[in-house]
Design a protein around this ligand. Sequence first.
Ligand code: DAH
Length: 341
Amino acid sequence: MEEKIRQIKAEIESGIGQYETGEALYEFRKKFLDNKEGKIPALMKGMKDVPPEKRPEMGKVVNEVKGWAMAQFEAAEARVKALELQKKNESERVDVTMPAKGQSVGGLHPNTIVAGELIDIFAGMGFEILEGREIENDYYNFTALNTPKDHPARDMQDTFYLSEDFLLRTQTSTGQIHAMESGKPPIKMLSPGKVFRSDDDATHSPMFHQMEGLVVDKGITLCDLKGMLDTFSEKIFGEGVHTRLRPSYFPFTEPSVEVDVSCFACGGKGCKLCKGTGWIEVLGAGIVNRHVLENCGIDSEEYSGFAFGMGVERIAMLKYGINNIKALYESDTRFAEQFKK
Ligand code: DAH
């Protein structure tokens, strides 16, 4: 028995320092302390073969060995745990000198940027923002705007019809009618939104964005329109930019004008952008046709108004020098990146 105990102690002492993982150490510990197969519990079971007079003394020795072995293993376990933690920390160490992974942040689309600027400018001049609806009936898109069926001006816009009566609005001018139907003068409103036309080339897209403006009050004249447009042009295109009006035709305005701004690239001397003319056409406008006021129940003897409509894409293309409208819809991130602030 004493010899066995000596061997067990020697075995534990020589082996215990070699283990570096909890698992291997656990297996080693089982070999000595496991109740079924362990060498120390086996000693206890062997007590029955010890002569009875020696049993108390032997029992004490075996218990001491057990206590000693347990203390050895606990110390070894603490050492292995610390070792394992150290290895884990080393493998997870963060190198703070490594370059950071790039994070790309989104930006606003040029259409959104320009629409936002336009809305800010007009809101700053006291215009109320009224978003209309994209599906309209024939009345709001045409008839109420003094363009009855068979009117030749309907050919100015290639319309997507959804049914005999319903269509995708071709112009945000529909907003004028809704504004005059739902409110009494004085009216000062801006109607931004999507419009649709069966039109597709370098400067036209079947869906694009417009902004319609309307001012109705007593004594509104073309001078009010011109003054407002000059203020607007400076704000959107830069200081010193001014406007000129050219006669035109729209069924819902009389007189109607085409509005040019002095070229903001060359200051009016003539360049590639303004095709040598010094002027750039930006929008349509005019004095609201009295028929349109009357269609909305507004007395045209008492009130008058001006209206204007512009394409957001056109302004964006001019401001940023974009020559193909498709670039605005292709979702090419290399294009979009250029507008990031
Ligand atoms: N609705 C016209 C278009 O889409 C633009 C326009 C021209 C609006 C003259 C107006 C206006 O209010 O007076 O081409």
